[in-house]
Design a protein around this ligand. Sequence first.
Ligand code: ZN
Length: 162
Amino acid sequence: MSTDLRDLYQEVILDHSKKPRNFGAMGDADRHAEGYNPLCGDRETVYVKLDGDRLEKVTFEGSGCAISTASASMMTESLRGRSLAEVDALFSCFHDLITGKPARPGGLPLGKLEVFSGVREYPVRIKCATLPWHTLKAALEEEGAVVSTETMEGPKAESGGA
Ligand code: ZN
């Protein structure tokens, strides 16, 4: 990682972890789920307001490390107005990015989420960064779901992991 990207990574993650966007419970949420990362102690609840097959709004609350908080904060910003299909595609691209896989052809641009490419240098933090995404997916699949990073698969349960 270049020095510029490393600085950006630290700056953006610090900013979002100190001032998380869309932080707080959503009273009229259509879906919510709780996610836990026992390895780090991260706990997040993700709330979703749906408009047809689009995410009208996403918020979260909870407590965790800087990476999990910043990831949740940036996820809520990135997903506003996205379709469910785009959410799946973005999660796959994000997962590839932080696990160091090459970008897939036709993948959606990640925009600001690119700063999380730095996480690949800290494998223990990958679960922190993916926690909000897994929790969001769980909420979309089953209202009120409770999930743990220790029992989750990657997006679409990709084979050949590990
Ligand atoms: Zn963490």
